[in-house]
Design a protein around this ligand. Structure first.
Ligand code: AHR
Length: 671
């Protein structure tokens, strides 16, 4: 009897202990009364370069691949001969009839026999197909000249890849013996969307014709000629970017000095742009030239963060990876090149390059605050970056004292590589890390940074869910875009940077874009995937969108009162509207019920908007066929108080938008 009483008491006390432990909820406190520092007005931004067919075969809307026949000097890559039964013809690259100095290679079509029933021609297979969409008007153009004895016509068509279905057709009635550009509209009527297609220029009489700069554009963003693909632009604009870092990345530097981003040769008519070798294994058409980058910024209401070439290429000067352009006189032409480039962006029309920009169609100077001196110059083993930075910085600051200059060597690199002879306005840090490592770093990496030193620009970052880095061969077998686990790593990192955005003034995910067709990518993970017809955002895209579209102008102090919590958070307040944006990342697999304590928040509206990104498994991801499997869902909290309980889903990113009571009342009155 006594034993059972004792046992009963013991069991009861154990139960109390267990219950007490289970009841202990975490408190997340937001000091909502006043902000501790301003949020950088440059949050959030984008980074871009030609990689993964980002522009050619991606954002730049041109649909013809190898339009100037220079991709392969031995064969007309992506072009084939159309020769219907009974006809006879051949095609060949021909340097004897250059269009001009920039476009020296033409494609010659020799038709020995052809007729109305048996045409011959040249066909282009596009970037993994030409996207045919119903009720869509395309603009086709090409340069052509004919040998004596042939005067046209030339048929122009978008058709199925076997030639059996013609989706849109037009005709150029006559050709002459001299180079001339022809252009026409091709309209697709009712048709199911398809990319099993080709673009064909054909003739139905014997003769010889040379072609160059063959182009086909679908409708573009803002209808800008030579513009951008609409679905991708929409996704980018939806991120509300404040800046665009371009042109790289490795694409700025090129493998060799001669392959650096040749901004002067990317200006003006397409017929004056020779294109150049890109370090990611293919040739760039340079249709996305300097002015197109700037238009792209303007169309997103973002400002450029311009990277200028400073004498370091990936495989070095003269093919020696340990060499680069020497400082002093050897570097001077590159300094001038950078000054000219800046003048093109911001010089007024009385300057040489400002006048050129006006001639190219944009008299008004663009806004430019930041210029980055090179890219990842910590790879420069000669130790000359400090001196190269100094030479560029002195020249740029002398002419443009208002510009802020970024060192491409950040404080994540060893101290001996930092720029010391000058004080950069900001330094660029790059992080490609496993999600778990970002989680560890996000317990205050930037709290420790000196607030009086240069600002931090995290110019490239991305979490991967694999246990090998992006440059490991094994990455090739993984999908180009990452899964929810990586998005959680990205989100904790963004929370860390946002909490510290008084010092981390800018940051951007990299790479931004990837063509997901086989052979399309050179790097994973990437943010936005697409093929010829469709596009989708990785879970990370949605995490970034949730952060970038819900941010105030003041940082609020937050505290999570648990020693080991999978939760990470950041809170900001909009001083104009009084709205509070609370972001919480639950990095773990358990639901987390939290007491949210909003100290000194004033009267808040009882209803708060909530967006949650989560999924059943952290391995879940998006793809062309399941574009929004992991996408944010909206809900509401109805009982907002100074202190209330909220359960954060396992593996989730949550944004809670708290409104002041007054705003809510005003809104209601307006309704
Ligand atoms: O983002 C891919 C590459 O990673 C960039 O081109 C380069 O700057 C970095 O090493």
């Amino acid at each position: 009897m006594r034993f059972s009483i004792l046992f009963g008491a013991l069991a009861a006390s154990l139960l109390t202990t267990v219950l007490f432990a289970a009841e202990k909820t975490t408190t997340l406190t937001v000091e909502a009364g006043k902000s501790v520092a301003p949020v950088s007005p440059m949050l959030y931004g984008l980074m871009t370069e030609e990689i993964n067919y980002s522009y050619d075969g991606g954002l730049y809307a041109e649909l013809i691949r190898n339009r100037t026949f220079q991709d392969d000097s031995k064969a007309p890559a992506h072009w084939s001969l159309v020769q219907e039964a009974g006809a006879s013809a051949a095609i060949e690259l021909d340097k004897s009839k250059p269009l001009n100095e920039s476009l020296p290679v033409s494609l010659r079509l020799d038709a020995k026999s052809a007729s109305a029933k048996s045409r011959v021609g040249i066909a282009n297979d596009g970037y993994w197909g030409i996207p045919v969409k119903p009720k869509t008007c395309y603009r086709a153009s090409f340069y052509a000249k004919a040998a004596a004895g042939f005067a046209g016509p030339v048929s122009v068509a978008i058709e199925s890849d076997d030639g059996k279905t013609v989706y849109a057709k037009g005709e150029v009635a006559s050709l002459g013996p001299d180079w001339k550009q022809y252009s026409l509209a091709l309209t697709v009527g009712e048709a199911a969307p398809t990319a099993k297609t080709r673009f064909v220029l054909s003739i139905d009489k014997p003769g010889t014709v040379w072609f160059n700069l063959v182009s086909l554009f679908p409708p573009t963003w803002n209808n800008r000629p030579n513009g951008n693909r609409i679905d991708l632009m929409q996704m980018l604009v939806d991120l509300n970017p404040k800046f665009l870092r371009f042109p790289g990345g490795n694409y700025l530097e090129g493998d060799y000095v001669k392959d650096r981003f040749p901004w002067q040769k990317t200006l003006g008519p397409l017929s004056d742009r020779p294109g150049h070798q890109c370090p990611w294994g293919y040739r760039s058409s340079d249709g996305m030239g300097l002015l197109e980058f700037l238009y792209w910024c303007e169309e997103m209401k973002a400002e450029p963060v311009l990277g200028v070439y400073v004498g370091y290429s990936l495989k070095g000067a003269d093919g020696d990876p340990n060499a680069n352009v020497k400082t002093g006189a050897d570097l001077e032409p590159f300094v001038k090149e950078a000054l000219d480039e800046i003048e093109y962006v911001i010089g007024d029309v009385s300057t040489k390059w400002g006048a050129q920009r006006a001639k190219d169609g944009h008299p008004a100077p663009f806004k430019l605050t930041y210029v980055e001196i090179g890219n990842e110059d910590w790879f420069d083993k000669t130790g000359r970056y400090d001196a190269r930075f100094a030479q560029f910085s002195d020249a740029i600051k002398k002419k443009y004292p208002q510009l802020k200059l970024i060192s491409s060597v950040g404080y994540e690199q060893s101290k001996n590589k930092w720029v010391k002879s000058r004080t950069p306005d900001a330094v660029d840090e790059h992080y490609y890390l496993p999600a778990d490592q970002f989680e560890k770093k996000s317990h205050g990496q930037y709290d420790k940074y000196d607030r009086k030193g240069p600002k931090i620009f995290v110019g490239e970052w991305a979490a991967h869910e694999t246990d090998f880095p992006p440059w490991d061969k094994r990455s090739e077998k993984k999908p180009a875009t990452p899964n929810l686990k990586a998005a959680l790593g990205d989100a904790v990192w963004m929370a860390e940077m946002e909490r510290n955005s008084d010092v981390v003034v800018m940051h951007c995910y990299a790479p931004l874009l990837v063509n997901v067709n086989p052979g399309g990518r050179q790097w994973r993970p990437d943010l936005i995937g697409y093929d010829a017809l469709n596009s989708f955002g990785a879970p990370s895209y949605y995490a970034i969108k949730m952060f970038s579209t819900n941010v105030g102008d003041g940082i609020l102090k937050t505290k999570i009162d648990a020693e080991k919590s999978p939760l990470h958070c950041s809170a900001t307040k909009d001083s104009k509207t009084g709205e509070i944006f609370l972001k919480v990342v639950n990095y773990g697999g358990e639901k987390q019920t939290v007491n949210l304590a909003l100290k000194d928040a004033g009267a808040l509206a009882a209803t708060a908007e909530v967006e949650t990104l989560s999924s059943a498994s952290p391995d879940d991801t998006n793809s062309i066929t399941e574009p929004t499997k992991v996408a944010p869902k909206k809900s509401e909290i109805k009982d907002v108080k100074e202190s209330f309980s909220y359960a954060f889903q396992p593996y989730s990113v949550t944004v809670i938008k708290l409104k002041p009571a007054e705003t809510a009342r005003k809104r209601a009155r307006r309704r």
